[in-house]
Write a protein that binds this ligand. Structure first.
Ligand code: GLN
Length: 446
């Protein structure tokens, strides 16, 4: 892995930091343990994995790719990361992201531009762009990302890897720097569906340190991966395979759908009328929650503190003005506005109602189907600079992934072919806690 990092990192720039010395020492220990036991007793013993740099890892810098957190050292380890370590995995580094996970191209990182390993002129997607690029360039075997509106699935799609967003509450968010708490979820990016399932096996489970963590029976998410999908009912979302979707992407998805039919799946079309409101609702809920969550970065408790402040108020103002980037500021302002007195009912409350309607549309579909299918993103990886100056067109690249977070459901992006030489991701979504089924169908796409 470190040979790969040395080879690809100068061009790809997926990592904000790597832990070569510690990782090699741990690898040595893993080898010794393996020699002694003859067979690995820990499920991920010695496997080199990475984490997105919005997760805490004891005694390492956690920046969220923001200047405001530069120099902030984590005093503890996030639950999901700690579970990986307990399973024997070796954390090789922390990957780049859009600042505070806000973005779809990783261009919002305050520190560096990660490139797409398939084409250096193109973005890796975002916000977990560093994670997806690291997996695609063999700079790790898998990586934990976070997904608030598509940030695991969309970069996975752009980089030709698998990305899984679990059901809200299945994986603990303790130690993940909060963006929008009711939408955020940690999940794996990996090379194969099986690898993603193996990582999920380790990170899933109740955690008393996260009040939204759910008690679910422990499952083996690899259990059904080799079973055929004969008779599985899959719905193609009509709204997400029409206008607005790139023609070559649509063609690639169509070919994958035909393949699923050949394997015995029953595929029909379904309408999701509420989806046209999803983007608007998301950008109200997400920015509202972000404005509250990011209030803690005040120059006093974490990270950057302005040196030019004369009094307390100026300290808050200047630290935030100097520390946050443009997109983060835009979101804090939007969210603060949406939550301000007199506007709450018109915006935030209405967005919450849309959320319920979206959930109902999915529930109707899952009464009849095992999974719903769409492209993960309307296009393949776009070029640097193409959307960064037009926030609205950037926001539109999340049109297929965002409804899933609003409904709290599990979603996965699986590579399903190429469009004009670039990877295309197929998204599958299942009912809550139906990850086993989701992974089974996803494995049939691979
Ligand atoms: N691109 C979306 C946004 O900018 C989603 C980000 C995410 O999932 N973290 O909010």
């Amino acid at each position: 892995v470190f040979a790969q990092i040395q080879k690809h990192e100068p061009a790809v720039k997926a990592y904000l930091q790597t832990f070569e010395k510690d990782a090699l020492a741990q690898a040595q220990q893993a080898d010794e343990l393996l020699a002694k036991q003859g067979q690995a007793e820990k499920p991920l013993l010695g496997i080199p994995l990475a984490i997105k740099d919005n997760m805490n890892l004891l005694n390492t810098e956690t920046t969220c790719a923001s200047k405001i957190l530069k120099g902030y050292i984590s005093p503890y380890t996030a639950t999901a990361v700690q579970k990986l370590q307990a399973a024997g995995a070796i954390i090789v580094g922390k990957t780049n992201l859009d600042e505070f996970a806000m973005g779809s191209s990783t261009e919002n990182s305050a520190f560096q531009q990660t490139t797409n390993p398939w084409d250096k002129a193109r973005v890796p997607g975002g916000s977990s762009g560093g994670a997806a690029a690291a997996v695609a360039a063999d700079e790790c075997f898998g990586c934990l990302g976070s997904d608030t509106g598509g940030s695991i699935r969309q970069p996975a799609s752009f980089c030709g890897v698998v990305g899984l967003k679990p059901t809200y509450g299945l994986v603990s968010r303790y130690g993940l720097v909060a963006f929008a708490s009711s939408l955020d979820q940690i999940g794996p990016l990996a090379k194969t569906v099986e690898d993603a399932a193996l990582i999920l096996n380790v990170i899933a489970g109740h955690d008393a340190l996260d009040s939204t963590s759910v008690r679910q029976p422990a499952r083996d998410y690899t259990e059904f991966l080799n079973q055929d999908i004969k008779g599985q009912k899959i719905a193609v979302i009509k709204e997400l395979l029409g206008g607005g979707i790139d023609g070559a992407v649509r063609q690639t998805i169509q070919t994958a759908v035909d393949e699923l039919k050949k394997q015995g799946a029953l595929v029909e079309e379904v309408e999701m009328p509420s989806f046209k409101y999803a983007l608007a609702a998301y950008y109200l809920v997400a920015t509202s929650e972000a404005s509250a969550n990011l209030a803690r970065f005040d120059g006093v408790r974490f990270g950057h503190r302005s040196k030019n402040a004369k009094d307390m108020l100026e300290l808050f103002k200047k630290s935030r003005a100097e520390g946050f980037g443009a997109e983060v500021k835009r979101r804090i302002m939007l969210g603060t506005y949406a939550l301000s007195a007199g506007y709450y009912d018109a915006y935030y409350l209405k967005a919450q109602k849309v959320r319920t309607v979206i959930r109902q549309d999915y529930a109707k579909a899952f009464a009849k189907y095992d999974a719903v299918l769409s492209p993960t993103s309307p296009s393949a990886a776009f070029k640097f600079g193409e959307k960064i100056n037009d926030p609205l067109s950037m926001y539109l690249s999340d049109i297929a992934t965002i409804p899933v977070n609003l409904a709290g459901l599990p979603g996965i992006s699986v590579p399903c072919g190429l469009a004009d030489g670039l990877p295309v991701g197929l998204q599958l979504v299942a009912a809550e806690f139906a990850e086993q089924k989701l992974l089974q169908i996803a494995a049939a796409v691979e």
